[in-house]
Design a protein around this ligand. Sequence first.
Ligand code: SF4
Length: 352
Amino acid sequence: MIQRKLTKTITIGNRQVGGQAPILVQSMTKTNTCQIEETISQIKELEAAGCELVRVAVPNKDAARALAEIKKAIQIPLIADIHFDYRLGIMAIEHGADALRLNPGNIGSERSWEAVVVTARERNIPIRVGVNAGSIEKEFAHRDGTDTAEMMVESALKNIALLERLNFYELKLSLKASDPWTTIQAYRLIAQRVDYPLHIGVTEAGPLFSGLIKSSVALGILLAEGIGDTIRVSLSASPVKEVKAAYGILRALGLREKGIEIISCPTCSRCQIDVMTMAERIEEALGQAQTPLKVAIMGCEVNGPGEAREADIGIAGGRGGGLLFRHGQVIAKLSEDELYPALLSEIKKLTN
Ligand code: SF4
């Protein structure tokens, strides 16, 4: 069992973050925030996929104003991503943001933080101190003898101290690097020093395939050590894929159970049915399902019946077709053509 590091609880919109709350899945829109309809439609796709917190970039005043309309149309908490200009953070709060992410590497002087904190405190809005290895403050960057993870931690601690001096404690932290090892080190170090909730992720992880590998390695290690209260799998791909990937990582560690888990064999010369196509079709057709369900698709009688029996719904290939299992019992012997429709129909009976 993974022992989660106990962090402070903060509230973002209608969600609790940290403490005993589940580890929440976050993503970020990839639309132009000022294109309100497109942004709302992408957030609705994310909601349908199970996303629990969404961040949008606020690069200018029009984007900050757009938050008011966006907020009215969505259900999940809305986080405004602010860089360079603290005044956009204030505007974002005034236009309905449930939380802010500020980058200490570019947000400016103590006065900038102070100004945002006044509005954040008035409206009970938490702030994520989002340190990023690619935009670390000059005073910490390139210091001889200090590695990047340590510099990121120093930056986070300095800014936390500043916020605490302002009596502001509604904080979440992130220390992301594009390199998984630096990311792991930075989060391990900060987790020993503070008990604010941590948003974990590998930044700019890459396109789908390589990004998933980097994120899975880094987030898997951190989560297994009990570190992380919200997660984002950052990919150069559709944000819905980020959400699916995040649940995949959490499910693999037994930390969340949402959605369909497919157990399918790699196939070999014993394979009697088209496992690969069937597994891909099921993943495609049911990627949005929220009900926890284990589905096994197995090619032959070697491990097929065992895995299919253990799953909620399963198929084990045999000569000319296969056996369909539901909750450990064989419910039909089918030809290969009948297998996919029967499997899909059984899964749909058990999912929403
Ligand atoms: Fe090969 Fe059968 Fe194992 Fe699939 S279950 S990999 S077909 S031996």
